[in-house]
Design a protein around this ligand. Sequence first.
Ligand SMILES: [Zn+2]
Length: 406
Amino acid sequence: MNNRFWLRNVLLEDGFNENNEGVKTTITNEYNILVENGKIIKIQKEKIQEYEDEVINVGGLLALPSFTDNHIHLDKGHFGGQWKACTPFKGVADRIIEEEGFLEKFLPETTYRAEELLKLITTNGVTHARVHCNVDPVIGLKNLEKVKEALENFKDKITYELVAFPQHGLLRSNSTNLMKDAMRWGANVVGGLDPATIDGKIEKSLETMMDMAVEFNSDVDIHIHDGGNLGVYTINRLLDLTEEARWQGRVNVSHGFCMGNGPEEEVRDLIDRLASLNVSVASTCPIDAPTPPIPLLYERGVKTYIVNDNINDHWSPFGTGDLVQKASRMAEKFFWIDEYSLTRALGFITNGRTPLDEKGERVWPKIGEEANIVFIDASCSAEVIARRKPRHAVMFKGNLVSGKLN
Ligand SMILES: [Zn+2]
């Protein structure tokens, strides 16, 4: 493939067909797209005149923005190795004790297995990932090193952020200095985990995490599994500290199960606070645990990601690595069954990018953007979500990284 080429007959979403009941169908048209040096430089319906350029016939496949997985673990799974189911779940603390026993044994396989997971998610359309990686007294920075090696081997297919994740508890396992070493070593984001049930000291745990983020001028991404009032209280304290540090737009809450089972009115207030402080949420949209009310988060303007998290590891044997399936599950769970809602579901796996805005104006693709495109044999994004259509090909910065185009 040259560094300048036409993509011919690309199906793009162009608007909504509406009546007084709302959006009935999505309008699409075929376009020709010129890509140069990895960027989209022309989008036109007119025939291609510039025959000196390479022309790739896309044959009417639908183009969608590529996917962002904003929360995934690559460092301690079974995927890529022998099949292994989980032991029955007792609690987060027991899982931590369990992994303390095998982390070192996994090391020789860690890079290979991380690469197998990367192969899986990039084939499914992911071109950017936020990767959480253990930093704990058992494994030190070794998992970070192995995972970074895998990510660097995939740098032609995916961009990434690395989260230093104190899986064994920032205070519980006395990992503050280790976490600082990880940040100095090159991790991009300060992670965290249940300040109440794992660390047993909500204030000290949150303050230590936020201080570290300020010291290293980094974003924060905290796993909060704690449900109900406890979780709501914890997130509210996190938001207080976010406000004090002026860390608006730099904090993400992962899971936030409490928003799925906390007192309704307090959850509503919490969601409004998340929106006003520009704090995002990452959810796997679980069916075996309380899920944050994703439609309400969306309606109130909280940036929300649907994510893979873990794929076949000692926490869960499940996971296909396909974000379309996850977004589809979200739509199904919250009864987003109409055309318009299904088009919105896509935005949770594309870092908010959808081909059409709320009014049906085409806002993707744009001239000057990187050619990060997923090609699918489908009529529109609503169909992709509902029917969970497979990916035909994936393009990253103008290079085909999976599948084939003619
Ligand atoms: Zn996680």
